[in-house]
Design a protein around this ligand. Structure first.
Ligand code: GRF
Length: 201
């Protein structure tokens, strides 16, 4: 299955998709897209000779309409947001209806929405005193973190002594859950258009 991965930063989930035994034989990452031209994830894409696109309005960047043309040429079947911080515009949501997924580092619908990204999420969970956090994969719609949930994995965080430790525990699970879900989609075991079931590892 041909996918495009959208990133804004480090790219450890991109790396997991490229290297996991779950995904590497059934998933082909054909493009990596970012809103930040110098993000670390682009270096990972470079190592794998994957074309990159920086979205934006300035010279050298591509508009969403230009990107859609490129994604169609590359025969992209699914878009994966892995640490992409911007909202997805309507034109892309229409072309890829129910074909855009996101990984979120908490158990949605808790700890999602505007401003809930990165360490903001993990600090909020840590301060709440919750014993569990986790990772969620969901369909992307026009609001942050509110689309239909596809997969969720709980993580016992009772031993985490700081938000950083909590983030590390959750990230380890993200690196398994996302490739696992991608495998299931590629093999036709999850139908993104209609699936109401929430799977886990
Ligand atoms: C991950 O925690 C992901 O769940 C969230 O942003 C982070 C991205 O990390 N959406 P990385 O860039 O994949 O390392």
């Amino acid at each position: 299955m041909n996918i495009a991965v959208f990133v804004s930063g480090r790219g450890s989930n991109l790396q997991a998709i490229l290297e996991s035994d779950y995904s590497k034989d059934v998933i082909s990452v054909k493009a990596v897209i970012s809103d930040k031209k110098d993000c670390a994830a682009f270096q990972i894409a470079g190592k794998y000779f994957i074309p990159t696109f920086t979205i934006g309005n300035r010279p050298g960047k591509v508009s969403y309409n230009e990107l859609i043309t490129s994604l169609n040429k590359l025969e992209i079947e699914l878009i994966v947001l892995a640490g992409f911080l911007k909202l997805i515009p309507t034109e892309l949501l229409i072309v890829f209806q129910n074909k855009i997924i996101n990984i979120h580092p908490a158990l949605l619908p808790s700890y999602g929405g505007t401003g809930m990204y990165g360490m903001n999420v993990h600090r909020a969970v840590f301060n709440s005193g919750d014993k569990y956090s986790g990772a969620t994969v969901h369909i992307v719609n026009k609001e942050y973190d509110s689309g239909r949930i596809i997969a969720q994995e709980k993580v016992d965080i009772s031993g985490a002594k700081s938000p950083d430790e909590l983030a590390d525990e959750v990230l380890k699970v993200e690196h398994k859950l996302l490739p696992y879900v991608l495998r299931k989609i590629a093999l036709g075991e999850i139908d993104l258009q209609s699936s109401q079931k929430i799977i886990s590892l």
